[in-house]
Design a protein around this ligand. Sequence first.
Ligand SMILES: [Zn+2]
Ligand SMILES: [Zn+2]
Length: 350
Amino acid sequence: MRAVVFEEFGQAARVRDLPDPAPSGAGVVVRVEATGLCRSDWHGWMGHDPDIVLPHVPGHELAGVIEETGPGVRNWRVGDRVTVPFVCACGRCPACASGAQQVCEHQTQPGFTHWGSFAEYVALEQADVNLVAVPEGLSSATAAGLGCRFATAFRAVVGQGRVAPGEWVAVHGCGGVGLSAVMIAVACGARVVAVDVSQRALELARAFGAAECVDASAHPSGAGEAVRELTGGGVHLSLDALGSPVTCSASVRSLRRQGRHVQVGLLPPATGDPVVPMARVIGLELEILGSHGMAAHDYPPMMDMVRAGTLRPDLLVTSTITLDAAPAALTAMGTAPGAGVTIIEPAREA
Ligand SMILES: [Zn+2]
Ligand SMILES: [Zn+2]
């Protein structure tokens, strides 16, 4: 198969021919129709993820068609069109038994713990626990983004964040996860304050229904106070959708009394642990929550909203590229993470 592979961290990835993967007993091999390019892929390529063993094929946001199933797979057939959460669970540990597959103790992540989907084929583990059917009418390009940024944003806003109609919600960082969170919070009846350093990102956030926009470049030490002023004392729910010490602290400082902060942007070890203003957490009785993907069995309410057109993940896709264009696009994520989502289609001709 053709795949994007890198042999050293931070050194140019290349498209090469590699052996086709084979399914494990409970796993499947999927022919990749579309795979999203995500900032996590860039972090992995830079060497910020300790799970990655070289040489490596990135890619964890995918949709495609089952090509082959392992002998232990019960619920899926060759030809089924599927997607997966980026956290693939084991299905057997205590976390999985409690329904919290997104924090599975023995999780696998395509593109991190094993070769991913910047390739014609990808192997996925524990198919019966992790696969999600892609409904007819939903393109693979759109479905590819669901497993990472969109499902992650959905769980952060609706699950962990417990958003309620009429609440103020701040979203710090309006890249793929942030814009998804804006759209989801608006669909749930919240009033959204979008925060980003990029005018383009703020324009998109406004197009997705953000009521207020804050240019974070005017607030180098964090936009928390600006958000509190705009909302008459702070938001009920705030997300750090970027993942940096500045946006994390700004998100906590955006909250009103008894507000909820959800950390959803990944904080790579290289940036160090953020300083959380714990005196505010005590004095205002704030809640500090984490959100890590979403289990496959939690997809149905999100899929219902997508099917009904209440949520439009298709609008987040801003470009579609070939596998050959993927190495350069991966490199560019570092300097220009950009607004919107780039989808790689391995079968696409230049
Ligand atoms: Zn991702
Ligand atoms: Zn598990």
